[in-house]
Design a protein around this ligand. Structure first.
Ligand code: SF4
Length: 617
C-alpha cells in the first residue's frame, strides 16, 4: 500500500468548492453580473431549468460543473456530475432527456469524438431538451489536435449555435434547450478557448423553475420510442426511416405513426430564425463579411482599425451548422464579394460555397479556400485587417507593424535554439517515476520504447525526462504500446494518469491482458484530474461533483481481478523502490502494472496552507 501520507487527501481538499460560483441560482432577472464564460454557460442552463448536467473535464469548459454544483445545493431536483468520460456524460444527459427533463453535457473538442457513436445513433430518434456545450481550441493551445468539432456535429447532422460575446453565450445556452425541443434533436453550443477564459458583464434572465421541476416521464413504445432499430414487420429499418424522414423522403403512410421527429426543414427554418443572427453595415456594400462566434468580435475590431465600419457589411451567424439558407442566399445576391471569417475549419465557408452554386449572380467568395484567412490558429484582427484591406484595394494599416513583428521573430529565431517542452511543478509526484522509468528503460535489454498519454504526465516526453516516444490521445499510450509489442519490439512501456485509467485506460488494459501483450503500464496516481483543475474522479476524493460522499475506487483493487502478470503499488517519492519495481516489472513476460502513488503537489500545498490558516485563525 501507499506509504506517502500525502496520498490520503480526502480531508485535505475542497475541489468542488474551488471554482463554485455562490450566487448563480439567484432569480434576479434584468440584473447585470460580471460572469466568467463558464459561469455564463452555467447560468444559461440554470435559467433554462436544466435538471441533469454531466461533464468530463477539459478546457475551456471545465468549471461549468463547479458552477452548477453550487446551484444543485439549492435546487434539490438537479443532478450534477463529473462523468468518467465524455461518452458517459453524453449518455447520462441523453437518458435524462429521454425522461423528459432538460439535460446538459459538456466536453472539450477532442472529447467530442468519444460521443460520436451514441450521438449518431440518437440524433434522429426525436429526443429534445438535450444540449451539448463543447469547447473548441483554435491554435491547439491546450489540445493535441486542432480539431473543429463542427465537422463532427455535421457527422450526426446536429445543429450548432455559435455565440459571440458572453451575453450571447448565456442566452444561447438557454435558447439551445428550447431549440432542441422544437427540432427534437440534440443541439451543440460552440465555445472557444478565448471566450472560455473571458469575463464580462451579462444581464441575467428569469429562471424557469417550472421546467426544472417537471415530472419525468418515459415512452416505452417499441415503434415510437427511443430505438432506431427496426420494429419487426416493417419493410425498412427504423434507422433508415428516421434518416429518410429527416430529409423529407419518408413515405407519407409512416409519418402519422411517429411522434415528433427531427426534420431538416425544421432545422433550416430554425437556422434562419436564430435570434443570434445579425446584420450590420450598408445593404449595398460591395463587400460583406460573413462571420460567427468570437471571430465576429475580431471582425468588428478589424473594421474599426481600418475605419471601414460604414462601408463593409457584416452578417454574423448565430447558427453555423447548418447555416441559415435564406440569409446566406440573400447575402450572396446583395454583395459583389463575400469574405468568410471563422475559426478553425471552413465549415461556414463550404456551406456558403454550396449555397452559392444555387444562386445566380452570386458574390465572389473569399476565405480559407482562397488563402485569405488561415486555417490554423486563433483568428484575430491582425489577420482580418490585411484580408479586408486587400479586398477594399487599400494598404493595410498594420503593414508596418506586421513587418516589425516579422523582423522581431526572425531576430529571435536566428539567435535561439528551437525550444520545446514543459515541466512538472516543483515537488510533483510524477517527476521521479517518469525519470526513473526512463533510466531503467535505457538500462535493461530492449528497445526502451515508452508511450505517453494525456494529463500532467505528458510533459515527460520533453527533456530532461525524455520518457515518452509517442503521444496520441487519452488512453492511447497503452494501446499503442500493445501494438508495438505485438509488432515484435519486445516489452514496451506506457504511462497514463489515474483519471485517464478510469476514462478508457481500463479497456486498453483488458485488451492488453486478453491479447497477451508484453507491456509495462505505469499509472501515475496523483489522486485527481490534476491537469484540468483537480476535479474528482472515480478513484479520487470519494466525493461527487456536488461534494456528496461516494465510493472511492482503488486502482489496485480494480486492476487485480484483471489478471495482469505483475502488479505493484509504490510510493512516488521512493526512488530506490521505483527503480527496483521497474526492473522487476520489465523482467516479466506479459502485462505488468506499476501504480505510483503521490497526491498532486499543488493539492498538498493548498492543504498545508489551509491548515496553517486554520491554526493561525
Ligand atoms: S498539477 Fe500536480 S500533478 Fe500536475 S504537474 Fe503540477 S504537481 Fe504534478
Amino acid at each position: 500500500m501507499a506509504k506517502n501520507p500525502s496520498y490520503q487527501v480526502k480531508d485535505l481538499v475542497d475541489p468542488s468548492q474551488k471554482f463554485a460560483s455562490a450566487d448563480l441560482h439567484h432569480d434576479r432577472p434584468g440584473e447585470e453580473a460580471i460572469l466568467t464564460c463558464n459561469d455564463a454557460v452555467a447560468r444559461g442552463a440554470i435559467e433554462a431549468g436544466v435538471r441533469v448536467a454531466a461533464c468530463y473535464p477539459g478546457a475551456p469548459v471545465s468549471y461549468v460543473i463547479d458552477a452548477l454544483a453550487g446551484a444543485a445545493g439549492v435546487f434539490p431536483e438537479m443532478h450534477v456530475e463529473w462523468s468518467a468520460n465524455e461518452k458517459c456524460a453524453y449518455e447520462t444527459a441523453l437518458g435524462a432527456a429521454m425522461s423528459g427533463v432538460r439535460s446538459l453535457c459538456l466536453m472539450k473538442n477532442v472529447g467530442v469524438p468519444w460521443i460520436l457513436d451514441p450521438l449518431a445513433s440518437t440524433s434522429m430518434v426525436g429526443v429534445g431538451g438535450l444540449v451539448i456545450v463543447a469547447g473548441d481550441d483554435p491554435g491547439a493551445e491546450t489540445t493535441q489536435a486542432e480539431l473543429d468539432f463542427r465537422n463532427l456535429a455535421r457527422f450526426g447532422e446536429v445543429p450548432v449555435l455559435e455565440p459571440a460575446n458572453l451575453q450571447e453565450v448565456k442566452d444561447a445556452v438557454r435558447y439551445a434547450f428550447e431549440l432542441s425541443e422544437r427540432v427534437a434533436m440534440p443541439v451543440f453550443v460552440r465555445i472557444t478557448v478565448r471566450q472560455g477564459y473571458s469575463r464580462a458583464p451579462v444581464t441575467l434572465g428569469a429562471i424557469n423553475h417550472d421546467r426544472r421541476r417537471v415530472a419525468p416521464h418515459f415512452v416505452k413504445s417499441v415503434t415510437n420510442g427511443w430505438t432506431g432499430y427496426p420494429a419487426i414487420g416493417w419493410p425498412e429499418t427504423g434507422t433508415a426511416l428516421l434518416h429518410k424522414r429527416f430529409h423529407g423522403e419518408a413515405p407519407a403512410a409512416y409519418l402519422d405513426l411517429m411522434r415528433k421527429k427531427p426534420t431538416e426543414a425544421d432545422v433550416l427554418e430554425a437556422a434562419d430564425a436564430c435570434p443570434f443572427n445579425a446584420k450590420s453595415g450598408p445593404d449595398d456594400a460591395p463587400l460583406c463579411v460573413i462571420t460567427a462566434g468570437f471571430a465576429a468580435l475580431e471582425v468588428a475590431e478589424a473594421l474599426d482599425l481600418l475605419g471601414a465600419a460604414g462601408e463593409v457589411a457584416v452578417v454574423k451567424l448565430g447558427m453555423t451548422y447548418p447555416v441559415p439558407p435564406r440569409l446566406v442566399a440573400e447575402t450572396l445576391t446583395r454583395h459583389a464579394q463575400v469574405l468568410v471569417v471563422e475559426e478553425t475549419e471552413p465549415v461556414i465557408e463550404e456551406q456558403v460555397r454550396a449555397l452559392a452554386s444555387e444562386v445566380s449572380g452570386a458574390a465572389r467568395i473569399h476565405g480559407k479556400k482562397t488563402k485569405s484567412i488561415p486555417y490554423s490558429g486563433e483568428i484575430s484582427s491582425d489577420v482580418i485587417v490585411p484580408a479586408i484591406a486587400r479586398l477594399l484595394g487599400r494598404p493595410s494599416p498594420l503593414a508596418a507593424a506586421d513587418a516589425a513583428h516579422g523582423e522581431t521573430l526572425d531576430f529571435i529565431r536566428a539567435r535561439l535554439p528551437f525550444l520545446v517542452g514543459g515541466q512538472f511543478c516543483a515537488g510533483c509526484p510524477e517527476t521521479a517515476p517518469t525519470r526513473v522509468l526512463r533510466e531503467v528503460l535505457d538500462d535493461v535489454p530492449g528497445e526502451g520504447i515508452a508511450c505517453g498519454d494525456s494529463g500532467c504526465g505528458f510533459v515527460a516526453q520533453y527533456a530532461p525526462v525524455s520518457l515518452a516516444n509517442t503521444f496520441v490521445c487519452m488512453g492511447a499510450g497503452l494501446g499503442v504500446a500493445t501494438g508495438i509489442s505485438h509488432a515484435g519490439l519486445g516489452k514496451v512501456a506506457a504511462v497514463m494518469g489515474d483519471s485517464t485509467f478510469f476514462h478508457n485506460g481500463i479497456v486498453e488494459l483488458i485488451n492488453a491482458v486478453y491479447n497477451r501483450a508484453n507491456v509495462l503500464l505505469l499509472i501515475l496516481d496523483n489522486k485527481s484530474s490534476a491537469e484540468t483543475g483537480h476535479q474528482p474522479h472515480p478513484g479520487a476524493f470519494g466525493l461527487t461533483a456536488t461534494r456528496q460522499p461516494t465510493k472511492e475506487l482503488s486502482l489496485e483493487d480494480v486492476i487485480r481481478p484483471l489478471q495482469v502478470d505483475y502488479l505493484k503499488v509504490v510510493d512516488a517519492y521512493d526512488v530506490k523502490g521505483l527503480r527496483q519495481t521497474f526492473r522487476e516489472a520489465m523482467a516479466v513476460d506479459g502485462v505488468s502494472v506499476v501504480i505510483s502513488t503521490g497526491a498532486c503537489a499543488l493539492i498538498v500545498e493548498r492543504a498545508r496552507k489551509d491548515s496553517r490558516a486554520k491554526e493561525n485563525a
